[in-house]
Design a binder for this molecule. Sequence first.
Ligand code: SF4
Ligand code: SF4
Length: 292
Amino acid sequence: MASNPKWAGIGAKFAHLTAVHPCFGVKAHYKVARIHLPVAPRCNIQCNYCIRKIDKCEHRPGVAACILNPKGAVRRLEAEIKSNPDLKVVGIAGPGDSLENPATFETLAIVKKRWPGLIQCLSTNGLLAEEKADELRKLGVRTVTVTINAIDPKVGAKIYDWVRYKNNVYRGEEAARLLIEKQLRGIEALTEGGIVVKINTVLIPSINMEEIPKIAEEAAKRGASLMNIIPLIPIHKFSKLEGPSCGELEMSRAAAERYIPQFRLCKQCRADACGVPGLEGRKTRSTEYFHG
Ligand code: SF4
Ligand code: SF4
């Protein structure tokens, strides 16, 4: 991560994580292990680039070999801790939206009690981040990744098919506006509670390239610490779109870096990934699962 005097203060917010979280520090990325516990199958929005799937072979976000209940997840974690002294981070990364699934909170509560030394982390689309921020803080969650793909609702409407909030389903610009407002307020609520926030953005060159600096600026203003721009994997409704070239990806990261530090090593992991990301990538290392 190159350094920029503009965000010196931002770097200080996650300096304590760079040595212990593989997705916040370059060295840690090649040394420290994380595990994703796949306890969150449901989602409250539909991104046009997402197909959630139960599968043992496909290596991308939204995929897990099975869904675990909290008890099964804890048994999976227990086994991994015994065999992996490098494990420092336990995360919930779907395969749906972590905050939409009560199993996320049940699992985190058990993990906090049994292994208080582990860093608890999760990823979300941010729709529920504002209202769940306090609960996450009480559960000891230290890092949250919020995926934001647009600031302009007109652009967001091209990326999100629908958003379901409080039993109402929204579409088009109305859906995108609601989601974006919730995401930005969610970042504020999380960071005010002392949680370190990383932004994920899926770069879809024909749709949201110009949004990237705006996302970086708005997220940094609200307290986010780090941004992770990842290339589109062209599936579902975006199967005919092209992912970015290396040049487009780097150009976007350079534009965003004016506002917020960039993480450039993401492996776009599975929802049940386990191991050191820099060494084992997005795969899961173990195919053995524990149903509680
Ligand atoms: S928020 Fe995540 S799980 Fe939900 S549709 Fe989008 S990419 Fe898929
Ligand atoms: S998806 Fe990226 S940020 Fe998340 S664990 Fe994998 S490497 Fe880290």
